[in-house]
Design a protein around this ligand. Structure first.
Ligand code: GTP
Ligand code: MG
Length: 292
């Protein structure tokens, strides 16, 4: 009997001239301010299909940068001495080279193992994907009752003004296509960068999806967010954005985003149990840094 053999081309061996588009590359941008104790957990849970990790630091007085380098030799470190999460995020976005950029925090509250959930809608023609702690499958161990009420109120307000149906405004686990950055013209310096991103994405007509995300407790150290100060900044940003920012695309999905030059990685979505303590051990060389 004749046997039938089928050969499937391996994308790594495709020669130039082959029609298959290159795989989209993924960058992860992480602003860090004294996160030396938390970064090991975050970097160890980074999925293997992430091509580039960019940390933005310039103000840490612990060993955040050294630990990042010890754990991931190819980490890109962007120095940003000016204060503010927004300033850091903007510097990181500008420095990252991936076709897809994911933003997450360094304190262990956002699990890199969820990145696959964020990539999936991008594979299906969405431009901008944000995490939500309020839809089925999402949740938070970190939200205090006061912040929960404040966030719900701000989300409602944003939805009325934007005629959108976001479920979670003040949450910065976001993935987007790099082309979106030109459209969004980001300028915020503080925590309100998340509001700016989310409001402008809606006003610019991007295709937006929300995916569930489980926010965990910060592993160690103190939050840099102040509920009333930053809540007020979010409100002010919301007012400013809806009043004065003119979306360059006036609500129509930008032409540039309709042209996809790459194919998306076929990612698996692991959901391993999340136990920060189990992966907190710091490798030998980093332990020595602490001892100095
Ligand atoms: N480079 C840099 N990173 C910052 C700065 N402020 C905050 N970050 C980082 O931004 C991320 C979010 O900051 P957090 O202090 O955790 O604030 P939050 O997550 O909004 O608030 P919590 O829910 O209370 O943790 C963390 O990774 C911080 O290290 C800053 O001024 N510079
Ligand atoms: Mg945090």
């Amino acid at each position: 009997m004749k046997s039938l053999s089928v050969s499937v081309p391996d994308s790594r061996t495709l020669r130039s001239g082959d029609t298959q588009a290159p795989r989209a590359s993924i960058s992860v941008v992480i602003p860090t301010l004294n996160e030396a104790k938390n970064l090991p957990w975050v970097l160890r849970r980074m999925p293997a299909y992430v091509d580039e990790v960019v940390i933005v630091d310039g103000r840490s007085v612990d060993f955040t940068v050294e630990i990042a380098r010890a754990l991931r030799a190819d980490v890109v470190v962007v120095a940003e001495p000016r204060a503010g999460k927004g300033t850091a995020v903007r510097a990181g976005l500008a420095a990252s080279t991936g076709d897809i950029i994911v933003m997450l925090d360094a304190d262990g509250s956002m699990d890199p193992q969820e990145i696959g959930w964020f990539i999936s809608p991008l594979q299906h023609d969405f431009d901008f994907v944000k995490g939500s702690r309020y839809i089925t499958g999402g949740g938070s161990a970190d939200l205090t009752p006061l912040r929960d009420v404040g966030n719900r109120a701000l989300t409602e307000l944003a939805n009325v003004v934007l005629r959108s149906n976001y479920s979670d405004l003040c949450y910065g686990y976001i993935a987007l296509r790099k082309e979106c950055l030109d459209v969004l013209e980001l300028e915020s310096d503080g925590f309100e960068i998340e509001t700016e991103l989310i409001v402008r994405a809606a006003r610019a007509g991007l295709r937006i999806a929300e995916v569930p995300s489980l926010e965990l407790n910060r592993i160690s150290g103190n939050s840099n967010l102040q509920t009333f100060r930053d809540g007020w900044r979010v409100l002010r940003t919301l007012a400013r954005e809806c009043g004065s920012w003119d979306a360059p695309t006036a609500g129509a999905r930008p032409e540039a985003l309709r042209r996809v030059k790459y194919s998306y990685p076929s990612v698996r979505f692991p959901r391993t149990p999340t136990d920060p303590q189990s992966v907190l051990a710091v490798p030998h060389e980093v332990g020595e840094l602490h001892a100095q």
